[in-house]
Design a protein around this ligand. Structure first.
Ligand code: ACO
Length: 150
């Protein structure tokens, strides 16, 4: 598997980004000011993540996604490790990631990768998304922000 930055903004893999954020309208508010990294294996795009600079010291991972047939094989963990390594090399001091209160698997994965819960943004999802999001039988309402020092 190789992970490379996508340079051509015309070939953004929205179907992958939408796995992590169900609103294309919202994706388009940040994707053009962010960098998109694509994981490829045997000529197929199988995963991605987005890095957005928050300030001089902080970078945020957004839209980390692995195509469904390739999930639960360790690729998400490798994508996170790549984002952490790259951000550290670039001189950032903190990396953050936000997910929903109902995203139990993601909360597990991020904490296993060294992130700690650093903030909660109540009603983040209920205020921004028109459609109700239900995961693991729980309504997704609040954003859980996790951070890791680099
Ligand atoms: N439920 C329970 N455990 C999970 C889940 C889940 N949904 N997903 C991953 N894990 C666990 C794995 O069992 C594994 O545990 P282990 O280390 O003890 O063996 C560990 O997390 C790492 O799993 P990976 O196989 O590396 O994860 P994967 O390749 O499936 O990628 C990802 C994880 C990116 C969340 C993927 O499932 C996905 O694309 N989901 C849909 C999109 C999504 O929800 N993205 C995140 C939104 S938040 C954001 O983008 C900032």
């Amino acid at each position: 598997m190789t992970i490379t930055q996508l340079s051509d903004q015309s070939s953004i893999p929205y179907e992958l980004l939408l796995l992590a954020d169900p609103s294309r309208e919202i994706i388009d508010t940040y994707i053009f000011d962010s960098r998109l990294f694509i994981a490829t294996a045997e000529g197929e795009t199988i995963g991605c993540y987005v890095l957005s600079q928050v300030d001089q010291a902080t970078v945020e991972i957004r839209n980390i996604a692995v195509r469904e047939p390739h999930q639960r094989k360790g690729i998400g963990k490798l994508l996170l490790a790549d984002a952490i390594r790259r951000s550290k090399l670039e001189g950032f001091q903190t990396i953050v990631i936000g997910t929903g209160n109902s995203s139990l698997g993601q909360l597990y994965l991020y904490q296993k990768s060294g992130f700690r819960i650093s903030a909660i943004r109540p009603d983040f999802f209920t205020q921004r998304y028109k459609e109700k999001i239900i995961e693991n039988g729980i309504e997704c309402r609040d954003m859980i922000v996790l951070s890791r020092e680099l």
